[in-house]
Design a binder for this molecule. Structure first.
Ligand SMILES: Nc1ncnc2c1ncn2[C@@H]1O[C@H](COP(=O)(O)OP(=O)(O)O)[C@@H](O)[C@H]1O
Ligand SMILES: [Mg+2]
Length: 301
């Protein structure tokens, strides 16, 4: 997901509280961050370029070294479940560049509740705008990628009293995708993927639809799905079948990231090349027999 929502400006009153809320949110995530060496934490803390989002979490993780269990305690203390508009059990389960993610368990099954970090501390109108902006991107990606198979996980966008410090925030609710969750591209080599496509015509058809859509959306002046973000597009096992699932519908404004985020753009180009090469390596016969997703495919060079 794209963390900053560019056209939402915090009002001056809310913007004063925001840095504290974002630090609190970072501290909440410390307990689910991968364990790192003390040296790695110190370099995060001493580097002026590190995000304060990572710094607060490093402080908590360093404390956890001295007093094991303190990261869990901080997370529990700063997550408030009292004013949640749901019944059921809830626990922190992950985080990404734009969200802090909780699992909600109730008699209606398991859901992922994703708090949109950029909305913390904004006023209600601003938060509604954040939710609408995320929903707009979700709808756009859903229209593009759900033509033949439901690749995009159904998502609802709300503003609610959140578990992060009990503060109101914009959030997304999705079905919870159980682990092991592996990124479609970053979690598999080309050879592994081609083998999986050989073994499952259904998965191959999904990939042809996904890849064809992705490649054709990567044109100058266009917006395309953020496939660079870790675990945005997953390969998961559901009902005994491997499936492609898009859980993060963040998008790239290609012209903008080419200029403003060169490293990210370079990673995007590598992904695009990889997807093109995978498409070329899937036997022509498979393209011909697959559903019309593949026949619509145009490789934009
Ligand atoms: N529906 C879901 N089910 C299970 N885990 C999820 C779900 N959505 C997100 N996650 C976990 O949270 C992480 C961050 O979610 P993501 O949607 O990519 O948000 P962002 O990158 O904007 O922070 C993912 O990498 C994944 O581990
Ligand atoms: Mg993501």
């Amino acid at each position: 997901m794209n963390p900053p929502v560019s056209n939402v400006q915090a009002s001056s009153r809310s913007s004063r509280r925001r840095p504290f809320l974002l630090l609190g949110d970072s501290a909440v995530t410390a307990s689910v961050r991968p364990r790192q060496a003390v040296k790695a934490h110190l370099s995060i803390l001493l580097n002026r370029k590190s995000r304060s989002f990572d710094k607060a979490s490093s402080v908590v993780q360093l404390f956890d070294r001295v007093a094991p269990g303190s990261a869990e305690w901080v997370s529990r203390t700063l997550s408030s479940h009292r004013r949640l508009p749901f019944r059921g059990r809830m626990g922190l389960c992950g985080f990404g560049t734009g969200t802090t993610v909780f699992i909600l368990e109730s008699d209606q099954g398991k859901k992922a509740l994703k708090i949109l970090r950029g909305s913390l501390g904004l006023n209600l109108e601003e938060q509604l705008q954040v939710a609408r902006e995320y929903r707009r991107k979700y709808r756009m990606i859903k229209t593009q990628y759900n033509r033949d198979d439901p690749l995009v996980v159904p998502s609802s966008y709300i503003v609610m009293s959140s578990p992060v410090l009990g503060m109101r925030a914009a959030a997304v609710i999705q079905p919870y995708i159980p682990g092991p969750r592996k990124d479609l591209l970053q979690g598999h080599s080309d050879e592994e993927l081609l083998k999986l496509f050989d073994a499952s015509p259904r998965l191959r058809r999904q990939f042809l639809g996904f890849a064809g859509q992705f490649v054709s959306s990567c044109r100058p002046n266009s917006h395309c799905l953020d496939v660079v973000g870790e675990e945005n597009v997953l390969l998961v096992e559901e009902d005994g079948h491997l499936q492609i699932r898009i859980i993060d519908t963040g998008i790239f404004d290609l012209d903008r990231i080419r200029v403003e985020a060169r490293e990210r753009y370079a990673r995007f180009e590598l992904c695009l090349e990889r997807i093109r090469s995978l498409l070329e390596r899937i036997p022509a016969r498979a393209h011909a027999v697959s559903v019309d997703g593949a026949s619509r495919m145009r490789i934009a060079r």
